[in-house]
Design a protein around this ligand. Structure first.
Ligand code: NAD
Length: 347
């Protein structure tokens, strides 16, 4: 039997234990052999879950990378700590999968890409939403030429009351920002992927912090935590003439939550929720809905990990390469820059 690929984890908290571990566990050709986390409680919980013995649990990732021979490193730390461990893992000669958002600035993403190139290893950003059955279906419509050239996107992921009460999402030093980094990064990545990553040119945007820091809206202690920002909206222009309107929130006085990616193309339109293809058929504008087989068993995080490993073994392109994350990051940087300047900015 071929040797299993040895996986080390940096940041063994919620997303690793709940979503990545089932993905690794499902693969016969990989084995999680080492864990790193700054918290004892995470090391203990993840160690028990993955059957990683105490001597293979580390508080510092440099120690883990020095002492353990690894093929793959899975980075699941808070956003502001994605770049340094990724660069270190590449320097140790490993392939790297890193949670979304890839990083918190264009400069960081560029550093990660440069480290990848120096190491000659595979790099994937864990944009799990690309791998849900609905979104795989949208990609099939694009690939089958049913949508044509996409020239407009309306992306909305609003939580009326959904300031995260777990993890470090609301600690700016950890997350770098609010729902843009937590939520919008998902729908933006998805839309860009379905549009085949056009070149962004400019962003006009604003963000707000108006209602979140009231005790009634915070599930956490408002004396200890302050929300960085709670809502953002923006308009992105691309070099090919396409545009995207984007809105996202952790808190807003809206009648309902939304989770909608609508894209309009020259041959058809499509949206994810409910999954619908819009086309003119026999002279009639027709909405087609699709049944997604609930038994298909595609868990998006497991699928992303399976594809990452497959890309390494078969020498395929990364399923979510750093270059695509760089385009998303240019837009995220642009949103905050535009909000501060109060005008449209070049990205
Ligand atoms: N794809 C998704 O749907 C999804 C969902 C949730 C979180 N995430 C992403 O996953 C990442 C982690 O989020 P989470 O919810 O697991 O948070 P978490 O707080 O539950 O886990 C993060 C872990 O990283 C550890 N850590 C922090 N700094 C470290 C360091 N320097 N070295 C080693 N360990 C360190 C923490 O102690 C913690 O255990 C974030 O980037 C978040 O955006 C993605």
């Amino acid at each position: 039997m071929a040797k299993k690929m040895r996986v080390g984890v940096i940041g063994a908290g919620g997303i690793f234990q709940g979503a990545h571990w089932p993905g690794w566990k499902a693969l016969d050709d990989c084995e999680v052999v080492a864990l790193c986390d700054i918290r004892d409680s995470a090391l203990e919980a993840a160690g028990a879950l993955c059957n990683v013995p105490p001597e293979m649990r580390f508080k510092k990732y440099d120690d883990m990378l020095k002492k353990v021979e690894l093929d793959i490193v899975d980075v699941c730390t808070p956003n502001c700590y994605h770049c340094a461990p990724t660069v270190a893992a590449f320097a140790a000669g490993c392939h790297v999968i890193v949670e979304k958002p890839c990083a918190t600035s264009v400069a960081e993403v560029e550093k990660m890409i440069a480290a990848r190139d120096k190491a000659g290893k595979q790099f994937m950003v864990a944009q799990s939403l690309r791998f849900t059955p609905e979104h795989l279906a949208m990609r099939r419509w694009v690939d089958a030429g049913m949508v044509g050239d996409i020239y407009y996107g309306r992306l909305s992921l609003l939580r009326p009351r959904g300031v995260p009460a777990w993890g470090d999402f609301i600690v700016k030093e950890m997350s770098a920002g609010g729902p843009c980094y937590d939520l919008a990064v998902h729908i933006l990545d998805l839309a860009l992927y379905l549009m085949n990553h056009p070149e962004p040119v400019s962003v006009s945007a604003n963000y707000w912090l108006e209602i979140s820091n009231k005790p009634s809206l915070m599930a956490h202690d408002p004396k200890r935590y302050t929300v960085p920002d709670e809502m953002a909206a923006g308009f992105v222009r691309f070099a090919n003439g396409a545009c995207i309107a984007l809105e996202t929130s952790w808190a807003i006085n809206a009648p309902e939550g939304t989770y909608n990616v609508f894209l309009a193309g020259t041959k058809g339109g499509m949206q994810n929720n409910p999954l619908t293809l819009v086309r003119e058929e026999a002279g009639l504008l027709t909405n087609t809905t699709v049944q997604v087989n609930p038994d298909a068993g595609i868990a998006s995080h497991s699928e992303e990990i399976r594809r990452f490993v497959e890309s390494i073994k078969k020498g395929l392109p990364s399923p979510v390469p750093g270059e695509q994350a760089l385009i998303t990051q240019r837009i995220l940087d642009g949103i905050y820059k535009s909000a501060v300047k109060g005008k449209e900015v070049k990205v």
